[in-house]
Design a protein around this ligand. Sequence first.
Ligand SMILES: NC(=O)C1=CN([C@@H]2O[C@H](COP(=O)(O)OP(=O)(O)OC[C@H]3O[C@@H](n4cnc5c(N)ncnc54)[C@H](OP(=O)(O)O)[C@@H]3O)[C@@H](O)[C@H]2O)C=CC1
Ligand SMILES: CCCCCCCCCCCCCCCC(=O)[C@@H](N)CO
Length: 371
Amino acid sequence: MCSPWVWPLQLLQEEGLSSALPDWLCQFLHSWWLLLPLIMLLVVAAFIVAFVLLLYMVSPLISPKPLKLNGAHVVVTGGSSGIGKCIAIECYKQGAFITLVARDENKLLQAKKEIEKHAINDKQIVLCISVDVSKEYGQVESVIKQAQEKLGPVDMLVNCAGITVAAKFEEVEVDCFKRLMEVNYLGSVYPTRAVIPTMKERRMGRIVFVSSQAGQLGLFGYTAYSPSKFALRGLAESLQMEIKPYNIYVTVAYPPDTDTPGLAEENKTKPLETKLISETSCLCQPEQVAKVIVKDAVQGNFNSSVGPDGYMLSALTCGMSPVTSITEGLQQIVTMGLFRTIALFYLGSFDSIVRRCMMQREQLKKPDKTE
Ligand SMILES: NC(=O)C1=CN([C@@H]2O[C@H](COP(=O)(O)OP(=O)(O)OC[C@H]3O[C@@H](n4cnc5c(N)ncnc54)[C@H](OP(=O)(O)O)[C@@H]3O)[C@@H](O)[C@H]2O)C=CC1
Ligand SMILES: CCCCCCCCCCCCCCCC(=O)[C@@H](N)CO
């Protein structure tokens, strides 16, 4: 009859039930239990395949329709210089109408001339409006109204106006903490607040926040800057949940060091530690960064990063941020542990940079003291 070593059958035998079972059933149970690991494997594999298929079936619900830039109205704050200017050029090259927002009127006019060289038709317009995006909501709102009257409702808003301070915590002027929050955070809240009602009415639109890799991890020298960039992520996640049903998509960009007038200015006073740590990530050209940001915004991707370390940082710090493609979600699931392992090595090397710089400084101080 049945083999005695198959435990469920043994159980049946002990209960005196095995004799009640026909031989063929005993045979079947015997071989079935031997095949159990294989069957379990197949079931698990089937579940995974079904899960992935299901995800792909609902993926059109997750990824939005791309925005057509041709004829669209794009507002770029901080559009007179660096990354913002390159974003404006990139959109202009694809047929968009542009509103540039910044403070300095001369810089605005200069940028306008440069952008206009990239026209693809003779209807395109570059409008310049001078305002400080961080000061008063009323001012920003009237600037947006003005832009909408001239070039129609805003299809895409790029919040790129921003300033940086890189210095040790106790060396940062106390007012600076406030100023950075005002320009980098409130300066993104105000224009966004001004365009959202119309976008909701039209059930379309894109909002871009230009954060930074320093908005994904805290670094030596960025105690004032990083929090203002982290704040954008919180704003973006909350806002995205509210406006997704209205077909409006939010993109947060996390560029690495980018070769712009802003960076040149920052480098003048940057602590050595910040310089050395930042060199871990590549130095990018603003044209390259702008291209990636515009592509991601058009596609409605929540996350936008540049380069291999940008990719790793974004996967590692994805937290509860929304996903806009199945592939992105699967990649995060698979790579999280590996990237955390790599990150621990990076953190170790950052700590040793900080320690070495401190030791060097102390050695430089010593001879002074003995004199
Ligand atoms: N360059 C880099 O390494 C990186 C930059 N970033 C971020 O990208 C954004 C652009 O940086 P980048 O191109 O280097 O900067 P730039 O300094 O080259 O340009 C900054 C732009 O913002 C405008 N701006 C600054 N303050 C205000 C304000 N209060 N109101 C209105 N406009 C303002 C400036 O014009 P004006 O002064 O005339 O107002 C200018 O057009 C910033 O948010 C920055 O934090 C992120 C990661 C890396
Ligand atoms: C898996 C883990 C990967 C870890 C990679 C870590 C790389 C850290 C580099 C951080 C560079 C910060 C640049 C900030 C640029 C900026 O915002 C200012 N220049 C603005 O002017």
